[in-house]
Every structure is written in C-alpha cells, then in structure tokens.
Ligand binder design. Structure first.
Ligand code: S3P
Length: 661
C-alpha cells in the first residue's frame, strides 16, 4: 500500500440499492492468467484482468523475471517465454499483500535453476509459507527462510526437480497450484491428491493453454496428474477474466440487507468450487437468482440478480469451507441480521488469512452491538433480526475483506459504522466505494492527509512514442500512485472538437472544450487514434487551452498517495517542484516502429511511413510552439530508450529513484 496514512471510511444507513454492476475481475484467475501466459509460447491477450494491487504485484514479479507484460487500456498483453524461459531477477520480488501471488510464484520458481528473494508487506510476512515449501523441498527445491518459515524467503530452484505424489494436508488451491506450477518444468508425472476439492482455476487454465492434466478419483479424493515439460507450440490466445464472486459478495449481501434493494451483478464467475456463499445465502432464504448462464474461457459465468430478503440463521458445514473460504467475513454480516443463531464450522484456516479473521469478525461485531464468539474452530453469531446498533469504528487489521464487510453492515445498521482503514481494499476491489455509490450506497472515505505531509510527484516528459507512457504507468503501478497521461487531456479536447464538427483552428471552440473536460472524457479508447493525436498536437499550442487544463493537472498531482504525470511540460511548467523528473527520448525510427506496432495491435491499420511522417511533424510543432515547447527540465534525468527494452528503462528509473530517496 502506497499510502502511509490510514484512510478511514464511514457507511451510513442507506436508501434502497438499485442498478447493475460488474465487479472487478477474479483475483485467483487473474494471477493464474498472468503466470500461465508467461509460461506459454506466444502472445496472450487478457481482458477483464483485476488491476488490484495483489495482481499488479504478480505482474511486476513476472516482469522482473524477464516477461514482457504491457497494458493497453483494459487489455493486457503477455509475451510468453515458454516453460523454462524465465530469467533470474536482479532485485527482490515484492509481493505486497498477495498470498496467492507469493505462493504461486514460489512454486513456479522452484523448477528454475536460479535464486530469487521474495518479500511482502507486514500482513504477508506473518503468513505461513511452509505449506508450499514442504512439498517443493520434497521435489528438491531449497529455500532460505526466517526461523518461522515466513517471508522474506530466498528460493533456490533447480531444473532437476523430481516429480512427486503429494497428498495435501489441508484444502488449499494455493498449495495445489504451487506444486502444479513447479511440475510444469519437471520431468516425469507429478500427482497432487486433494482429500477435499479446492478451486480448480489452475487446472482449467492449464487445459486452456493446451497443457494436459488428468483428473481421477481415489478413495473419495481428487487426484491431479501432470506430465512435466509437455511439448509446446507457438499460439496466440485471448482470455476474458470473469467478475470475482468473492468481490460480488459485498454488493450482493448489501442488497439482501438494505430494504427495498434490487441489483444485478453481471459476468460473475460461477465455478462450483467458488459458490458456497450463494448456496448458504439461499439456505438463509435470500432472494437470489442466476440468469444468463454461459461459459467464458473455460469457466461458468452468469448474472446474479438479488433483492432485499429477511434472512434465517444457518448452519454451515465444514466441508463447504473450501468453496467459500474468503466469504466468511461477509457471511458473518448477513448472519448478524438473521433472526437467530448461526454457526459456521471448521474455520481454523481463517486465523492465517490476511488477518486473523475470526478475531477481526468477532471484535468488530461486538463493537457494533452483535453477540458473536468462537467455539473451537467454529464461529457462532447471534443474529438479532433487527438492524445492529452500529455507531462504532471497527479495526480492520489491514484486511480488505474485513473493511468491506463492516462497511456493508453499516449500510443497514441504526447508527453509521466506520472502519479504521480502507487502504487494503485496493488489493482486491479497486473503486469499491465508487461501485457501492453507483448502486446508491452511502459510504464516505475520509482522505484528509495530516498537515505537513506532501505526496510524491514523478514527472515523465518526452516526445510522442518515446516510451514515456509505458514507463509512467509502470511507475504508478509499482508505487501505487495515481497516474495521469496528460496527453490524453489534449486528445480529449481534440475529441470534443472533432465530435462537434469544429475546425482544429477554431480557437474559441477549443478553449470552451478544454473548460468542459471531465474525468470520463479520458476513458474513451478512440483517444489513441492518430487523427485525434494530430488535432491534439495543434490545439495544445494554444495558450488558453493549456491554461484551462493547468489546474486539472496540478490538482491531480496532489492526489493522496502521490501521482505520476506524463506529458511534454510536466517537469518544466505543470509541476516544476516534482520530486523526480525524467525526460525520455528515442530515435525517430525506434519511435515509429513502436507506435506503428501499438496502433496496429489496437486495430488502427496505418502505414509505417505515415506514422513516421506524423511523428516528425508533431516533433517539429512541439519544439517550435511558443507556449511550453518540448524541452527537458534542467534537473531531469534524460534517458535515450532506443537501445533499451521497456523493462530495462523501468529498472534504470527505479535504480535512480532508490539512489536518490
Ligand atoms: C486462493 C486460494 C485460497 C483463497 C485465496 C485465493 C487461490 O487460499 O483464500 O484468497 O487463488 O488459490 P488457500 O489456497 O490458502 O485456501
């Protein structure tokens, strides 16, 4: 989490919730899509990927292992290196809060003959890792870990691992997946025996990538067998990540608890190993129905329609836990509103999630006036049939699901419920508060920063197609800072002009368009076309247009957590006080090649020569214009990217930042 100060939020009693939402992409599938695409031969385009912090950490770890991963709007493109193709990283892999990312990458790296150090945030450093190291050690991998087998850990992998048959001592998709990933690059047949089925996204996706994996039953257990080092042939693929049922759970339960509500959650992954919560809520009398069922990329998907429902208490058997392991916090909120006592069995595993969730749920419910306690590994909640008192601030222990759960309860409680810190929500559900607001929920984050603290600003300037945008976006992802491509502001003004059939030389119309720009103008994918780029280049030479957009950019730079801005005059005019300034250039041929490739990939068919001519004329205009001509700030670090890959440039910039902290 980039923010150094907690961001509390408060949920107020809400009017009825209405509308349709698509919650972000499934976290489990997103991690696996990136990881398996890196092991494929060929390019994989992924749409709907969760851009939460956990998945970004996995993407950055893969980049550090030599994988080229680029983002174009909603589409991510991974250049697969094939099984065995990763390279040793030059720095520690920071997995942030991502337990799944850390454990899966440890499995992957076990079968690579180099060492890599992994670390994570305080919550991840407290989570047990021996569950993955034990089977991987049996295969022959070595690990340097702290005494209690927690992160930071250095993996010492080997290309000579031996295939094993391993029976999981606990239901864990992460452990199963870590073994299967190491098996990919291990000769022989590796078998994983699961006494209880856990989510099978890895197995489904292996098949999607044409890697055979067989499934049989033995004594009631599931046996997965994978023949290592399968033959691979180059193939481009496309994955669509469905919406995350574990994230859908929050607006879903909110609709059940808030009187008069009726909402639809679209494109939700309905893998039967993930739907334990829906089953449980149906047993509680919830009005939920599934519509439009279909299959997307090997996963069942559907739309969930839910409306307000008075709930009955429920008894959830321990066997159901693997199919709803992340949903107990939000189920606990539903149980608090049911008319009687609910018991959830076999929840010992909740003590080692992002926080000790059993404690966090019980303490939070007590603070809100609800009776709850643990009995061994069971959680008992005394539902009150009426809204809880609320009026409390709940401690979330940096746990995203605890924060979201209590904010949902606050929508139905008598007095508002606050949570002490919402920063962790970004790990799995970016824009949670905005999504809830969209359906009518009253949740407010308090973003005030203490006087005296100032957010970091990084300025990245350079000519068109120099690689500044790719770099700036990666920096923003890496440091979890807000990102503004200021070129898109000028493009958005151009777009308004073009749509209004105005001439690019119509100065008053351009100024009026600049004053009218709103956030949503920047999301239009058509902004990237060369035609719009050309008009943008013209109108960006108009002083009043630049002035009209100045305030927008300066206030963007003050966002909590800091901001990365890229453009032509960030370091010189917009943010002359930026903490770090970079000026990125490349030869005209390198820039033409990159822009030509990018435009064609985005479906704009343009000739190489036309792109080159266009860039040259824009360079000339940018350099000659009277107002804010393109030139490096005196204190900017200049980088010529002609001979360097995006990864190398990113690493140079990171090194510069860490040397000058
Ligand atoms: C996950 C598996 C579960 C779950 C986690 C995601 C996965 O963990 O809690 O959020 O993607 O494999 P365990 O495998 O430890 O049960």
């Amino acid at each position: 989490m980039s923010e150094s100060t907690p961001i509390p939020a408060t949920a107020h009693k809400s009017p009825a919730l209405h509308g349709a939402v698509r919650v972000p992409g499934d976290k489990s599938i997103s991690h696996r899509a990136l990881i398996l695409a890196s092991q494929a031969l060929g390019k994989t385009r992924i749409r709907g990927l969760l851009t939460g912090e956990d998945v970004i950490h996995t993407a950055n770890a893969l980049r550090a292992l030599g994988v080229d991963i680029e983002q174009y709007g909603d589409e991510w493109v991974v250049e697969g290196l094939g099984i065995g193709g990763l390279q040793a990283p030059s720095h520690t892999l920071d997995m942030g809060n991502a337990g799944t990312g850390a454990r899966l990458i440890m499995g992957l790296l076990a079968a690579y003959p180099f060492s890599a150090r992994l670390t994570g945030d305080a919550s991840l450093q407290s989570r047990p890792m021996s569950r993955v190291m034990t089977p991987l050690r049996l295969m022959g991998a070595q690990f340097d870990a702290t005494e209690n087998e927690r992160l930071p850990i250095t993996t010492h992998g080997s290309s000579q691992l031996k295939a094993i048959t391993y029976t999981l001592p606990m239901a864990s998709a992460q452990v199963k997946s870590a073994i299967l990933l190491s098996a990919l690059n291990t000769s022989g047949t590796t078998r994983v025996i699961e006494p209880e089925a856990s989510r099978d996204h890895t197995e489904r996706m292996l098949r999607f990538f044409d890697i055979p994996i067989s499934h049989t039953h033995k004594d009631g257990a599931h046996v997965w067998s994978l023949e290592g080092r399968p033959a691979q042939s180059p193939k481009d693929r496309e994955i669509i990540v469905p919406a995350d049922p574990s994230s859908a759970a929050f607006p879903l339960v909110a609709a059940l608890l808030v009187e008069g509500s009726e909402i639809t959650l679209t494109d939700v992954c309905l893998n039967p190993l993930r739907t334990g919560l829906f089953k449980t809520l149906l047993e509680m009398g919830a009005h939920i129905d599934i519509r439009n069922q279909r299959e997307v990329g090997g996963e069942p998907v559907g739309d969930i329609h839910a409306r307000y429902s008075p709930l009955r208490p429920v008894d959830v058997p321990a066997e159901r836990a693997p199919s709803m392991i992340d949903e107990y916090p939000i189920l606990a909120m539903a149980a608090a509103m049911a008319n009687g006592r609910s018991t959830m069995h076999g929840l010992g595993e909740l003590r080692v999630k992002e926080s000790n969730r059993l404690n966090a749920i019980i303490d939070g419910l007590h603070a809100c006036g609800v009776d709850a306690y643990e009995e061994g590994d069971n959680l008992v909640i005394q539902g009150r049939a009426t809204p809880p008192e609320g009026g409390a601030t709940v401690r979330c222990h940096h746990d995203h699901r605890i924060a979201m759960s209590f904010l949902v309860l606050g929508l139905a409680s008598k007095a508002p419920i606050s949570v002490d810190d919402t920063r962790a929500i970004a790990t799995s559900f970016p824009h949670f508060i905005e999504t809830m607001e969209h359906i009518g929920a009253a949740i407010h984050a308090k973003q005030d920063r203490p006087i005296g603290t100032r957010s970091l600003v990084i300025a990245v300037d350079g000519p068109a197609a120099s690689g500044k945008g790719t770099l700036a976006r990666r920096l923003a992802d890496h440091f979890n800072m807000a990102y503004l491509d200021t070129g898109s502001l000028y493009r958005a003004v151009a777009m308004r002009l073009v749509y209004a059939n105005k001439d690019p030389d119509d100065v008053p119309a351009a100024i009026a368009a600049a004053h009218a720009i709103q956030d949503h103008d920047l999301a239009n994918p058509k902004l990237r076309s060369e035609r719009i780029g050309n008009v943008a280049s013209k109108i960006s030479a108009i002083t009043e247009v630049r002035e009209a957009l100045l305030e927008y950019q300066r206030s963007f730079a003050k966002r909590p957590g800091g901001a990365v801005l890229d453009g032509r005059d960030i370091g010189t005019v917009i943010c002359p006080d930026a903490d770090y300034k970079f000026f990125i250039t490349a030869s005209i041929d390198a820039r033409t090649t990159r822009r030509h490739k990018q435009l064609n990939e985005m479906g704009f068919a343009v000739a190489y020569d036309a792109v080159k001519e266009d860039l040259l004329s824009r360079d000339a205009r940018d350099a000659k214009r009277d107002v804010a001509p393109l030139k490096p700030a005196e204190d900017a670090l200049q980088i010529d990217t002609t001979e360097h890959s995006a990864n190398e440039v990113f690493n140079m910039v990171l090194a510069h930042i860490s040397e000058n902290m």
